[in-house]
Design a protein around this ligand. Structure first.
Ligand code: GLY
Ligand code: MN
Ligand code: MN
Length: 441
């Protein structure tokens, strides 16, 4: 992302905050995995969205119209010995030079400096509840200012959720963000194609996972956006299956839900295909029902339509399909009204997508489903899950988990499927699985 994009974001937030406000945003903490080993560090999305600063132990402060500069960054100082052990740090100079802070202070001095910045402000924009320890410190700083009332200093009376203002900004993607998301989706689509090419009966689910990660990393995406789901046969019916430890059986389907994170932006793609490269008659019938539902739902992704329109279109097609093959019986409107499909389709058809895989942004406004607008990105992911426990369903349909998921951008005139490169139709999938073309390393 270009540096000026972060400046633009801070400016937009500060326009909303207005004069008399201060925003305080800590970077997320490093988490311990076990003795002396930490989880790979990934900054909190809100913090990174506004700063582009990738280090822990930092606090961003924004004060609209502050004479000495509006953006203040508290961060770690340069320390050659620590850097020898743990890696490079930007330090105070680079915080200003490279990350465009107007002022930078050592994080160790925050208790001395921050109360002074809070003095005479009316309100604090802050995300309460994500870091209880930091909540207490913020409260402590405000109390410290309150304690100086007799000197004529005033303390803020109001706490406002920073997330609420910020998440509305994050919901609408800029050109730079769309570019990053398109790249994440392209790389992920390639990884799905690679998995299709490499898949053979007898392989383990984690070996397919390795193919996905190989493709992500080779293209510069060091991490998936979420743990990959690679589930063969009945495992495809476990919505958040991540054990990925079983063998892949001839005759079963394989459901893969996997997406790379590129430059802090997620992709989220699901494809389902036959492990042996050819759909059985029953698998094809169910697959075509889900595909039709997905296409109908994507068609509803249009500016001016409502959030729930794609979901309504998907459940209509799924219910019609299940009725046609005799799994559901009754009148279509009654089946839809009674949610008869829910036994086989228990999740919703999508979610916002962005820096977080389940991205921020309200789905309802004043109690009503939100209208879709250009710049929003959402997933469209209907599925059908039929297990041995699906009572009253003929055995030939059992252990079939199918989901098809794409990442869709709302445009001025309709939509753009960012993940369109991932093979999707029965013909496309069978063709790629049975071609002799070798996967490049
Ligand atoms: N991969 C998580 C989801 O599809 O929502
Ligand atoms: Mn997914
Ligand atoms: Mn999803």
């Amino acid at each position: 992302m270009e540096r000026k994009e972060f400046t633009r974001r801070r400016k937009r937030l500060m326009d909303i905050m207005n004069i008399g406000s201060i925003a305080i945003l800590p970077a997320s903490q490093v988490r311990s995995r076990n003795n002396d080993v930490e989880y790979p560090y990934r900054p909190d999305s809100d913090f990174y969205y506004l700063t582009g600063f990738p280090e822990p132990e930092a606090v961003a402060v924004m004060i609209p119209d502050r004479q000495h500069g509006e953006f203040i960054l508290f961060c770690r100082e340069k320390d050659p010995e620590m850097e020898t052990w743990h890696g490079r740090r930007a330090g105070l100079e680079k915080a200003i030079e490279y990350y465009d802070a107007d002022d930078a202070f050592p994080i160790a001095d925050i208790d001395e400096i921050l109360p002074g910045l809070i003095e005479n402000k009316d309100r604090v924009f802050y995300n309460m509840g994500t870091d209880p320890e930091f909540d207490q410190r913020v409260q402590g700083w405000v109390n410290q200012v309150r304690g100086k009332a007799r000197t004529g200093v005033t303390a803020p009376e109001e706490f406002i959720s920073l997330g609420h203002a910020l998440h509305e900004l994050r919901l609408f993607k800029s050109r730079g963000e769309i570019k990053a998301m398109r790249r994440a989706a392209k790389i992920s689509a390639k990884a799905h194609a690679r998995a299709m090419k490499q898949c053979r009966p007898g392989m383990k689910e984690y070996q397919i996972e390795a193919e996905l990660l190989h493709e992500f990393m080779k293209q510069g995406c060091r991490s998936p956006a979420y743990p990959s789901i690679v589930g063969g046969g009945a495992n495809g019916c476990i919505l958040h299956y991540t054990e990925n430890s079983d063998a892949l059986n001839d005759g079963d389907l394989l459901l893969i839900d996997a997406g790379a994170e590129h430059d802090y932006y997620a992709s989220d793609i699901t494809r389902t295909f036959p492990i042996n490269g050819v759909f059985s008659k029953e698998q094809k019938i169910l697959y075509e029902i889900v595909l039709k539902a997905q296409e109908a739902a994507i068609e509803k992704v249009q500016p001016g339509n409502y959030w729930n329109d794609p979901h309504d279109a998907a459940i209509r097609e799924l219910t019609m399909g299940l009725k046609e093959i005799g799994i559901l019986k009754g009148r279509l409107p009654t089946l839809i009204k009674n949610e008869a499909y829910k036994r086989f389709y228990m999740h919703r058809t999508g979610h916002w997508l962005g820096m977080d895989v389940h991205d921020v942004g309200d789905y309802k406004v004043d109690g009503e489903w939100r209208m879709l607008e250009p710049g929003m990105v959402l997933t469209v992911e209907p599925g059908l899950y039929i297990t041995e426990q699906s009572r009253g369903v003929a055995k030939k349909w059992w252990n079939t988990g199918i989901r098809i998921e794409d990442d869709v951008l709302v445009t001025k005139t309709g939509h753009d499927i960012l993940s369109k490169d991932a093979p999707k139709t029965v013909a496309e999938i069978e063709a790629i699985m049975n071609s002799n073309e070798k996967t490049s390393n």
